[in-house]
Design a protein around this ligand. Structure first.
Ligand code: PRX
Length: 569
């Protein structure tokens, strides 16, 4: 029997109080995600149950019970408090997928501070804009990444503490740096949990938008109510499951469903912090007897590419439920997974902004490969006419995916950017920025984004952020960045570049520019291709016609160029 029972029954008279009651939360009282992910489970008798099974490079392993999580998060929380971190202070977690990442996240929330996880492969520029925007007070990092922080700290006056979790004493620490090691710190048995309430801020995730400035999505402790129930009903997590979420907590999937959802349910989860290979992933599943697996289309397509023979070398019979998020899950991938794993990956759709799953395929519900499924119970979803912003009633017509606000995990604002947050609402609908159609049976079919943002392997990249970084390279006079089709990642970043006359195309210039972006922004934002052009297509007032270049890349009709020009008005 699936946790959700019957989807059709669940959508009748749905109320989020189901989740509140299961979590023992009474509206108006204290709700602290950190406590829910550690202390509560121990109080309920789960202290000795494994919470985290971690494997790093070279097969290094560590295991933590829920009591270990409780103690470690107490210890980190206490350390932060002693440094002077108070409620609502932003604490960035800039770590590889080490156990410290997961344990710090819980510790930060317990003291009422705001966790700001950032992808550890971010370069100094990507890191800088996000720390500056959040006025982050402390950053938890590791030796390997300290040099990036050192590069930018002088222009970050709010950044008071740089905490290094694996300091080995070999080189002196510099200003504002302090060492902290869970291995040597005395475990703190009891910590006074900060009495956060439903609307107290919890997590700040940065996402890329249509400007060069990433947006800090502010979530609150009440988000737990959505994250718990969606994890239970969509991921179908049960007491004896061994769950693997492949996402990095630098992104929302890695926190909502890589920490909060499963741990609030007391589920054992495993984490693999090593590079991708089909063999390594299958071996990890086999070794840990993974039962529920939440991954992403790019990973699934890469597994497909590795071939069916590799699958056959492993015993993957433990798998009982698979789900996917982040980009369109093509029907081939759904069908393939059913063939080789005996289970289809179920697509789920949501965003950093929504904080929890919005449209999904549910265990037990008929799957239509290629469709994102149906709205989660309690979620009012529609596709709106792009002009009138009224729901489209005829089936099959493409419109803008929109939701009626009111579910617990919805973002509360963009940090320091209320105007952009407000601009996301029209006629009481939250506009997701994506397009879809709905079929006669109420299934949603994703058709694309409604903006220029590039979704490469499930990660959103702002073309504007890449363009501004490109302009900082001495050889680049002008640039336009668009998505280019890719078999595995669906989209990759491509840059059209006009170079300064004193530079010459060819040689290793292309590699140099690519590397420049990789270091400043991240490997994800790095253009996979650079095409040199003499000039860029522009509107009358000089705006780059990115859509024209996009259409060229995708072999689409370029359409009426005069309309593109009018766009600029
Ligand atoms: O364009 C949609 C795409 O990813 C965007 C959200 O990205 P992010 O905020 O980074 O969060 C990703 C993980 C929750 C969406 O606006 N997207 C996400 N899931 C799907 C998807 N596109 C198609 N199908 C999906 N299942």
């Amino acid at each position: 029997m699936f946790n959700i029972g019957s989807y059709d029954e669940r959508i009748k008279d749905f109320n989020w109080s189901i989740s509140e009651q299961e979590l023992g939360y009474k509206p108006g009282s204290v709700i602290n995600i950190g406590w829910y992910c550690s202390d509560r489970l121990c109080e309920m008798g789960g202290a000795d149950k494994p919470a985290l099974i971690w494997e790093g490079f070279g097969g290094k392993e560590k295991q933590y019970t829920f009591n270990d999580v409780r103690l470690a998060s107490n210890t980190i929380g206490t350390f932060l408090r002693e440094l002077g971190i108070r409620d609502e202070d932003r604490v960035c977690i800039f770590l590889d997928r080490n156990p410290e990442l997961y344990l710090s996240f819980v510790g930060i929330l317990k003291i009422g501070a705001i966790a700001q996880p950032l992808f550890s492969a971010f370069g100094d520029e990507s890191l800088h804009v996000r720390l500056e925007n959040a006025e982050t007070k402390a950053i938890i990092t590791q030796k390997k990444h300290v040099s990036k922080v050192r590069k930018i700290r002088d222009s970050l006056p709010h950044l008071e503490h740089i905490i290094v979790v694996d300091y080995d004493g070999k080189r002196p620490l510099q200003e504002r740096e302090v060492a902290f090691s869970l291995e040597t710190a005395t475990p703190v048995e009891s910590l006074e949990i900060f009495p956060t309430h439903a609307e107290s801020p919890s997590v700040l995730h940065y996402t890329s938008g249509t400007t060069g400035q990433p947006k800090g999505v502010k979530h609150v402790h009440y988000s737990l109510i959505s994250q718990y129930l969606t994890a239970k009903w969509v991921l179908d997590l049960k007491e004896d499951d061994i769950y693997w979420c492949t996402a990095d907590p630098g992104w929302v999937t890695g926190t909502s469903y890589g920490i909060i959802g499963p741990w609030s349910m007391g589920i054992t989860q495993c984490v693999l912090d090593s590079g991708f290979s089909a063999e390594a992933w299958y071996r990890f599943i086999e070794k840990n007897r993974v039962t529920v697996w939440y991954s992403a289309p790019t990973a699934i397509r890469s597994l497909m590419k590795a071939g069916d023979e590799v699958v056959a070398q492993f015993d993957l019979s433990s798998l009982r439920h698979l789900a996917s998020v982040g980009e369109p899950l093509n029907s081939e991938a759904v069908i393939w997974s059913e063939k080789v794993f005996g289970k289809a990956f179920l697509d789920t759709y949501w965003q950093t902004e929504t904080g929890s799953m919005m449209i999904s395929n549910y265990p037990g519900m008929r799957i239509k490969p290629g469709s994102m499924g149906k709205p989660f119970p309690g979620i009012t979803a529609a596709v709106l006419d792009p002009n009138t912003h009224e729901p489209i009633t005829e089936t099959g017509r493409i419109g803008l995916i929109a939701f009626k606000p009111g579910w617990p995990a919805m973002m509360r604002t963009y940090w320091n950017n209320e105007a952009t947050y407000q601009s996301k609402f029209v006629n009481d609908w939250y506009l997701s920025g994506d397009r879809a159609s709905i079929d006669p049976e109420g299934y949603f079919w994703f058709t694309g984004r409604d903006d220029d943002v590039i979704n490469t392997g499930g990660h959103l990249v702002s073309p504007f952020e890449v363009e501004s970084a490109l302009l900082e390279h001495e050889a680049v006079a002008e640039s336009a960045v668009v998505a280019k089709p890719d078999e595995v990642n669906m989209e990759v970043v491509k840059a059209f570049v006009v170079i300064n006359p004193e530079f010459e195309a060819g040689g290793d210039l292309e590699l140099k520019i690519m590397n420049f972006i990789r270091k400043r922004l991240s490997p994800l934002a790095m253009p996979q291709e650079i095409e040199y052009v003499d000039s860029l297509p522009k509107t009358r007032s000089g705006k780059i016609m990115r859509r024209l270049l996009h259409a060229q890349e995708w072999g689409e009709e370029i359409g009426d160029i005069s309309t593109l020009e009018d766009d600029d008005a």
